[in-house]
Design a protein around this ligand. Structure first.
Ligand SMILES: CC(C)(COP(=O)(O)OP(=O)(O)OC[C@H]1O[C@@H](n2cnc3c(N)ncnc32)[C@H](O)[C@@H]1OP(=O)(O)O)[C@@H](O)C(=O)NCCC(=O)NCCS
Length: 389
């Protein structure tokens, strides 16, 4: 085993100390015209439009169109787009029979990552890297995610799979394929809003992974598969699941303060809090707080809100760390009936629109993404013969 870093290497690594940024904080690693994450103003916009405005007035389908094509669709364009998207919802039959052989209890994100990768084997255009083919594949991927997610959910419960309904919106069809009944308009709107607000977010970790993958001139399926694997981590997409598990574990509002203080005393992260860019507030968290509160009021049960509000207050008063998108959106997904361990897959069902938009953007002006590493190991060492080790 090599010994501790020698003075010689330490001196070598100090030559350019300003060039290394742990976690790439502050490093500009891509140019994008898709979304602007403004930490100072606590704002997020897609193609210059505040996400709050999109959540109130647009649909997920219009938002995806905006991300992929850079403008809003006119009436006929939107109709065609919705028709094409809904036509691509069904999982290819060959893939479906493979999915049925997957272990039912597999981690939902591992399942989705594998299923998304397998999709490429059933796509005759998988290796066509033209812009037109990539747009069609972006559509197929975005359309198929709800079907893949619902398939695991229902197979796990031993239920028949639901055939997608082309008449329903993307959000309504998602809930329909999960639960087997057409959702109430308010539920549809809540999921549609979730899908809009999570669709893109600058150079977040999974989007970066997608761009790095396709920048090697690999294919869009590989890019999306990398992204799903990256989103799976607790510090990124799985924070929504972990936040809900924490809220459920707290159980009653009176336990919230001591629970959080205990986590902090043990130097543990409180899931659904903190952000690399938003230090004052995450605009999406503000929107989800309101949506979750209304849904709880409608359900006549403010229990989860009271716990969540207490956790938020303690985190702010103790650490001045605001909640992020995953904290209150976790309650929204819970109230929509998604199993807690499926929360991150719902995040993926939204973000796949952003990943594919970024992949297409990356390829429009591509250069291999290959940063440098600061070497901190030993230098001038020699092979040690077996007899002298
Ligand atoms: C999102 C996150 C990964 C950002 O990480 P980052 O920019 O690298 O920030 P750091 O992890 O270095 O945190 C900076 C400081 O705030 C603290 N902190 C950040 N988030 C915290 C959290 N959720 N709970 C407790 N402390 C937290 C860190 O412990 C650190 O404190 P220190 O300087 O005393 O060591 C981080 O806030 C986190 O792990 N949050 C929980 C997971 C989560 O919700 N992820 C979803 C993000 S949308």
């Amino acid at each position: 085993m090599p010994g501790p870093i020698s003075d010689k290497t330490a001196a070598a690594s100090e030559k350019n100390p300003s060039q290394y940024s742990k976690g790439l904080e502050g490093v500009i690693a891509a140019q994008t015209a898709l979304s602007l994450v403004d930490g100072e103003k606590s704002e997020l916009s897609y193609r210059g439009i505040q996400v709050g405005e999109l959540a109130e007035q647009a649909t997920f389908e219009e938002t995806v169109y905006l991300l992929w094509f850079g403008c809003f669709p006119k009436t006929a364009e939107l109709e065609t787009f919705k028709r094409e998207l809904s036509a691509a919802r069904a999982v290819p039959p060959g893939l479906l029979s493979i999915l049925k052989s997957f272990p039912k209890e597999a981690h939902p994100m591992a399942w989705l990552r594998t299923a998304a990768s397998l999709l490429s084997l059933f796509d005759p255009e998988a290796e066509d890297r033209s812009l037109e083919a990539n747009r069609r594949k972006a559509m197929r991927l975005t359309a198929a995610f709800p079907a893949l997610i619902a398939a695991q959910h229902r197979l796990r419960k031993g239920q028949d799979l639901i055939v997608p309904d082309a008449k329903l919106s993307h959000a309504a069809n998602f809930l329909y394929m999960m639960h087997g009944s057409v959702p109430h308009a308010e539920m549809e709107k809540a999921l549609d809003t979730y899908l809009i607000l999570l669709a893109d977010h600058g150079l977040n970790a999974s989007t970066f992974a997608a761009r790095v993958t396709v920048a090697t001139e690999s294919d869009i399926y590989s890019g999306v598969t990398s992204a799903i694997g990256t989103l799976k981590g607790d510090l990124h997409g799985s924070a929504n699941q972990r936040a809900m598990e924490m809220i459920l574990d707290i159980g009653t509002p009176d336990r919230a303060e001591s629970y959080v203080q205990d986590l902090l005393a043990h130097k543990k992260k409180v899931m659904g809090f903190g952000h690399r860019i938003y230090k004052k507030k995450d605009p999406r968290a503000v929107a989800f707080h309101e949506i979750a509160r209304k849904m709880c009021e409608k359900a006549g049960d403010l229990h989860w809100m009271e716990i969540s509000d207490r956790v938020e207050k303690v985190m702010w008063e103790t650490k001045q760390i605001p909640c992020n998108v995953d904290f209150f959106s976790a309650s929204v997904l819970y109230l929509l009936g998604f199993p807690v361990d499926f929360f991150t897959t719902v995040f993926a069902a939204s973000r796949v629109a952003g990943w594919t938009a970024h992949i297409i953007e990356q390829l429009s002006d591509n250069r291999l993404i290959r940063p440098a590493a600061e070497y901190t190991g030993l230098v001038n060492q020699h092979y040690v013969p077996m007899s002298r080790r």
